[in-house]
Design a protein around this ligand. Structure first.
Ligand SMILES: *[C@@H]1O[C@H](CO)[C@@H](O)[C@H](O)[C@H]1NC(C)=O
Ligand SMILES: *[C@@H]1O[C@H](CO)[C@@H](O)[C@H](O)[C@H]1NC(C)=O
Ligand SMILES: *[C@@H]1O[C@H](CO)[C@@H](O)[C@H](O)[C@H]1NC(C)=O
Ligand SMILES: *[C@@H]1O[C@H](CO)[C@@H](O)[C@H](O)[C@H]1NC(C)=O
Ligand SMILES: *[C@@H]1O[C@H](CO)[C@@H](O)[C@H](O)[C@H]1NC(C)=O
Ligand SMILES: *[C@@H]1O[C@H](CO)[C@@H](O)[C@H](O)[C@H]1NC(C)=O
Length: 451
């Protein structure tokens, strides 16, 4: 009995050691390490479909010891950024799993936590060159085993985006694709192309911006640049410093979450080329003719399908909106109204669509809209959900002024057109909206002559 009691913990420890040896994990450091500063050490963790949640530490000098590293398959590297607290990135394993669920590839998580974990951001920036040189050597070794650079995709977040750029430049821009998720701004903004990511670094470079007013990069860097919600502030992220750490990283980290969601195809965000976010929200950039039958590009992993046309166009800046949490994608409609008020009115509109107990909401309030007699007012509305067959619809009008007398908006005709489905638009005639009051009605398919 006594012996058994002594042996059980021993057995458990042995089992745990065995398990730990089987699966290698991302380096877990703490604030102390970041405080003291860390020197660069690079670990490459391989994940494949048969071991999607169990990492294998790959040798930097000898690939023969890793039979599951099948070099006939494409290889995707995921490269994290600055780690001020030393903790492993929370999104990393999710991204790996979703990539493997999507395609049969080798995923290599580049763990440079030793090097990225430093309270002094400038030290971490300095280390990016060394990480890039190391990865370049590793890819060189893969090439010696017959791997084509075209089959390599690097996904870099923040500093990792610039590391990907350096690796790409070292390899003369021959790697297949670089996906940059909110590339780091501080220390990179305004530098020459060789000192940061640029579109010459790979055959195709796609970039997402989510925090360009703080940790991210403002200017376009790739063949296509996506500015989510304008690229600066993300819905659902804290706006004040009282929220603690999330205040600093929420917008920046959102880039990884948006990309992960684009992998499993549950919902796709169409991105519209435009000169500015305001112009986009005003509905001035909904023309997708330059992309032919494919339509405007979709944000994320699948944008590779637009590669040829985007290379031809040279550089494309696009915008899309998201919800504050998953599922992030919104559904785009055009709402146009003909008014018959005598006087001009300014105000904001909230629209809701209903089907079988679900409702989708769009609030159009980025600026006041002008409603003028017999003049069509065209509004761009992003709904938080896609409602396939609208049963009911409601409208609310407000002027944003609580002290003035309540206005009424007389609508001759309202028309709702889905931007992606080629369904017949929905219409309704003769509605009076009293300010602040929600009016619910059943829309009907528009008459042919109306669209
Ligand atoms: C890459 O980094 C690893 C670990 O930090 C090291 O063992 C290896 O020698 C480096 N390779 C090159 C080419 O610098
Ligand atoms: C590479 O690894 C294989 C398998 O572990 C081993 O047989 C071989 O000797 C190694 N080669 C070198 C150059 O270390
Ligand atoms: C390596 O991958 C290729 C392409 O997916 C496949 O045809 C081949 O069977 C794989 N080899 C091994 C040893 O699994
Ligand atoms: C890149 O170009 C340079 C100069 O032309 C050449 O020396 C080097 O071998 C090339 N590297 C690769 C990976 O193609
Ligand atoms: C797709 O990914 C999102 C975000 O990770 C997740 O919430 C959703 O359940 C996934 N859907 C499928 C079908 O895997
Ligand atoms: C309506 O919603 C209920 C509960 O969510 C669901 O069980 C039902 O299948 C839905 N009906 C239709 C026609 O979608």
């Amino acid at each position: 009995m006594l012996l058994w009691r002594c042996l059980t913990p021993l057995l458990l420890i042995t089992l745990q050691i065995c398990k730990a040896q089987d699966c290698h994990k991302f380096t877990d450091l703490n604030f102390g390490h970041a405080f003291m500063g860390t020197s660069t050490k690079i670990r490459l963790l391989l994940y494949t479909r048969d071991k999607a949640t169990c990492g294998t530490l790959v040798s930097h000098s000898n690939l023969s010891g890793h039979p599951q590293f099948n070099l006939s398959r494409p290889t995707t590297f995921i490269i994290h950024g600055y780690r001020p607290t030393g903790s492993p990135p929370v999104w990393m394993s999710k991204m790996t799993e979703q990539l493997l669920a999507r395609t049969d590839i080798n995923v290599i998580e580049v763990d440079w936590n030793h090097g990225a974990a430093n309270l002094n951001y400038f030290k971490s920036v300095e280390n990016t060159r060394m990480v890039a040189a190391n990865l370049t050597a590793f890819i060189g070794m893969m090439q010696e085993h017959g791997v084509s650079l075209s089959s390599i995709h690097m996904i870099g977040i923040s500093l990792g985006a610039h590391i990907s750029g350096f690796v790409g430049a070292n390899l003369n821009g021959s790697i297949g694709r670089i996906t940059a998720l909110d590339p780091a701004g501080p220390q990179f903004t305004g530098t020459a192309p060789q000192d940061r990511l640029d579109k010459e670094d790979a055959q195709f470079v796609d970039v997402l911006h989510t925090d360009m007013d703080a940790l991210g990069y403002r200017e376009p860097l790739g063949h296509i640049d996506f500015y989510a919600n304008g690229g600066a502030d993300q819905p659902g992220c804290p706006k004040t410093i009282f929220a603690g750490g999330a205040y600093f990283k929420c917008d920046h980290q959102r880039s990884a979450l948006l990309f992960i969601e684009s992998l499993n195809g549950t919902c796709a965000s169409t991105a519209f080329p435009c000169s500015s976010y305001t112009n986009f929200l005003d509905g001035n950039c909904l023309n997708c003719d330059q992309f032919g039958a494919a339509g405007c590009p979709v944000f994320g992993y699948d944008v590779i399908q637009w590669k040829d046309v985007l290379l031809r166009l040279g550089q494309t800046t696009t915008y899309f909106t998201t919800n504050e949490k998953s599922p992030f994608c919104t559904t785009n409609y055009i709402l146009d109204m003909v008014i018959w008020n005598m006087k001009e009115r300014w105000g904001y509109i909230t629209v809701k669509l209903y089907y079988n107990g679900t409702e989708a909401v769009a609030t159009i309030d980025h600026k006041a809209s002008k409603f003028k007699k017999y003049t069509g007012t065209k509004l761009f509305a992003q709904f938080d959900k896609d409602i396939q067959s609208v049963e009911k619809m409601s409208l609310k009008f407000s002027t944003g002024n609580v002290f003035k007398p309540k206005y009424k908006l007389r609508i001759l005709r309202i028309r709702l057109t889905h931007l992606e489905h080629k369904k017949r638009p929905l219409c309704r005639y003769d509605i009076v909206l009293e300010e602040g009051k929600e009016v619910t009605f059943r829309p009907i398919p528009c008459e042919e002559s109306n669209f």
